[in-house]
Design a protein. Sequence first.
Length: 482
Amino acid sequence: MTKKQRSPQKIIDWLPRIRRVIAQQSLTHTKFEETTLTPNLRALRLSADVAEVLLTMGVSSNSVVSTTLHITETYCSRPAHIDIISNLVMISQLRGVNHEPLTLIRTVTPKDSNNNTIQEVQRLVVDIRQNGLPLLDAETRFAAIMKHQITYPWWLRMIGTGLVPAGSALMFTSDWRTVLLTFIISLGLERLLHVLSKNAVPTFFQQAIAASAVTIIAAGIAVLSERGVPGMQGLSPSLIVAGSITLLLAGMAIFNAIKNAIDEYYVTALAHVLKVFMLTSGIAIGVVISLYASRKLGYQVSVSTQGITFGDLHAQIVGGMVLSAGYAITTHTPLRAIIGASLISMGGVTISFMLRASDMSPIAASGVAAIFIGYMAATLARALRTPSTGIAAIGIIPLVPGLTLYNGLIELMNYSSTNGNVLSSVGTLFTALSIAFTLAAGASFGSMLGQPFKHKITLQRNSRHLPENQPSTPIDRTYTEA
């Protein structure tokens, strides 16, 4: 072999080493010192890192515990106990009477969800569980995932943020001016929230300030409409507020809280319910204060979302798909999953509309639609290369009762001894909670139904090109203790 022929071969031989060096250089999450930490402690640390990342991105507590146990059961000789309480993750391992127990505690700070990162982390855990990935390789790969996360550019995320309120407005009206104004207002609202968050303003006051800004803008549009300004005539400030505050409403938060309660994480669920109440109360307080100030200044502006009704089926389908696509972009979802989840959302909205049109209650109709969404999300998760929880969240977001919850709190805040509408407000709040419960229960049940079908498709795909591997006699599935 000549020298020129050996050179390409040397390059090929060195490629694995080059990849290993690049992977080692990407380890910024943790530095691994095999001489000072035992493999058991490193495995517990990796489990805590994975649990922390998944929880910060909104994955349910039950899924996080199940994923983390896969790691400890693979690498640890002794079992570990994992508990999640609100924003705290605890991993504890009892090592017998002669050794002190090991306990790792992590606090969780919510961050923007990234479905690409969630998918990569879950794929890593699958490789650990099924293929016995070495611990050092697992640590290296996890650190590389965290360093090189796949994200969309900021301008595309801003467009996605604007599409969420615009899609919500499309579900109520077909007036392009209202939809366009809602889109523009939401872009400014996103920047306002970013500045407030950067200055460490508490979330409650962020909600109140943002809601006040939306109400003031809507009141200004109403004044311009009354004065006959061209292009502003006939615009409804109530529709603008209803669409714009969709960016602030905690619809997905109440859905996740109920899901945690179904999974029997009651303390975490109660903490999330209280958070939803505080966030929605901030919106209501901001709207009420702005309306009170405008009336004191002599502008009699009425902004009420209680009388707003959904449009026809076509409007709800288009609006729901736009809303879902915008939410998918903000969560860094792959393109094929954006398209697939938007189509699933279309099916869910259609089912809910048809059932309501046949005199079924909104609560029951939402539950049936959620079963469909959960089933399709579990079935198509592998094909769309996105976690089923992310697909379900994208598909179900047009159905979440954020606006209903807001209306109930507004009614409760406007209560007085003369109008006596406290029972109406309590009924509205109960309806919102009931819809959230049926959505969470339906999505969970649909996911359970879709798992066996998903496994069947996977087995058929894996054995399609390997007919010789299928035995003619039944497989002996008895196990012996090692």
